[in-house]
Write a protein of this length. Structure first.
Length: 189
């Protein structure tokens, strides 16, 4: 089993998007950077904010969600990181707030950030941490929903799920996804 060498948080840059549901990946990466005392800096060659915590690379693409693949591919190519050594953290409409799930591969489920990363890496065989944000109930409302701030009670549940995921991060970094998944999928429902 491969170890995780790159963690990518998906979101949109700028203050207008900072607190929106679509930026859950950025929120999670901010927590890792804080824990690791890693300071992100804008790296033009990586099209994003980048930080390093020992052997672990952290990336906040600044390309906007729909072009996230350019940033991920740039870091992966530069450091010779294989897709199964990448963990992409993103918001997930199909999970309720408070749920968090690990997954290897699969489709993009309509998530434009994942769609672009799959295209840029030439396939879907990277790890994902799916942070539940819930669904508006009407697919015509999805864009409006993800670009809005969660209600206070939803934010609390999302924060709890992120904390559970942070608790199993050492196992994830070591490539022990079976243990991490068992713990996380039991804790973050």
């Amino acid at each position: 089993m491969s170890q995780i060498r790159l963690i990518v948080g998906l979101g949109n840059p700028g203050p207008d998007y900072a607190d929106t549901r679509h930026n859950a990946g950025f929120w999670f990466l901010d927590q890792i950077a804080h824990q690791e005392r890693a300071t992100p800096r804008l790296e033009a060659k990586f099209f994003g904010q980048y930080a390093r915590a020992g052997e672990l690379h952290l990336l906040w693409p600044q390309t906007y969600m729909n072009a996230s693949g350019r940033a991920v591919a740039a870091v992966a190519k530069f450091f010779k990181i294989m897709p199964d050594e990448i963990l992409v953290v993103h918001d997930e409409l199909d999970l309720p707030p408070g749920a968090a799930r690990f997954k290897l591969g699969g489709g993009h489920g309509g998530h434009n950030g994942l769609k672009d990363i799959i295209a840029a890496l030439g396939g879907p065989d990277f790890w994902r941490l799916r942070l539940g944000i819930g669904h508006p109930g009407d697919r015509n409302e999805v864009v409006n929903f993800v670009l809005k701030r969660p209600r206070a009670e939803e934010q609390t549940l999302i924060d709890i799920a992120m904390n559970h995921a942070l608790d199993v991060l050492p196992q994830v970094r070591d490539g022990d996804f079976a243990s991490a998944m068992k713990t996380l999928h039991t804790a973050a429902r």
